[in-house]
Ligand binder design. Sequence first.
Ligand code: KIV
Ligand code: NA
Length: 275
Amino acid sequence: MKKNRLDFMKMKQGKEPITMVTAYDFPSAVHAESAGVDMILVGDSLGMVVLGYDSTIPVTVEDMIHHTKAVKRGANRTFIVTDMPFMSYHISTSDTLRNAMRIMQEGGADCVKIEGADVTDKIKLLTNGGIPVIGHLGLTPQSVNVLGGYKVQGKDMEKAKELIEDAKRIQDAGAIALVLECVPQQLAELITAQLEIPIIGIGAGINTDGQVLVYHDLIGYQLGKVPKFVKQYSSVANIIVESLKEYVDDVKARAFPDESHSFNMKIDEKLSIYR
Ligand code: KIV
Ligand code: NA
């Protein structure tokens, strides 16, 4: 059965960790649902791990809808959260509503996620329209150019206090949960204890109500380094590249396809004349 916001509230109250992973297409969605995650995030990290951009800024509403549709087809029984991409909830209230509506109606998302502290009016607006919203504080990648890089947030006391206040305002505005990215674990623990809504952490330590990781980071789908907060459970990129290399070698050596991968027919006289 697909979980909803009340289930996630109960999980927080019962201290059962909430599991979330990103997915961007049909196969990754099938994998996530098969593994039994509580929620799937169609993250705008799509831009970096799937589309090859160097930030999330080029990602469009169109991109998010396209990929949410594919995820929905692969994970029909899992709660799907889709990121509203860069600037799709800043320009005007009507643009904000229309973009979120399309992500829900056309994409099939169950909820949207928006970044930053100064979005409480947008959270109220969307919630009033029947669209559940998850907030996102700490490191907010859509603001990478304002923050000046992908760095841990809320390390000093003043910034930490600000984050706590922001988190409360996001809860008061009606958000159903909050993602905290790259903040000291002590701060994440404090916010988790102070808020009623579930706090989903990434790079926020063990004491949040749940965890989220990027699919590609978690399984090692990419060659190269991952951030400190990522635990890589496998390195499938190596398996993929090795497999492709073997295929190339086989074809070059005429070792593939062999008999077991080929079809046969009886050659009668008619075909023989073409030999
Ligand atoms: O886009 C994304 O993958 C995210 C998670 C890192 C929380 O927003
Ligand atoms: Na995101």
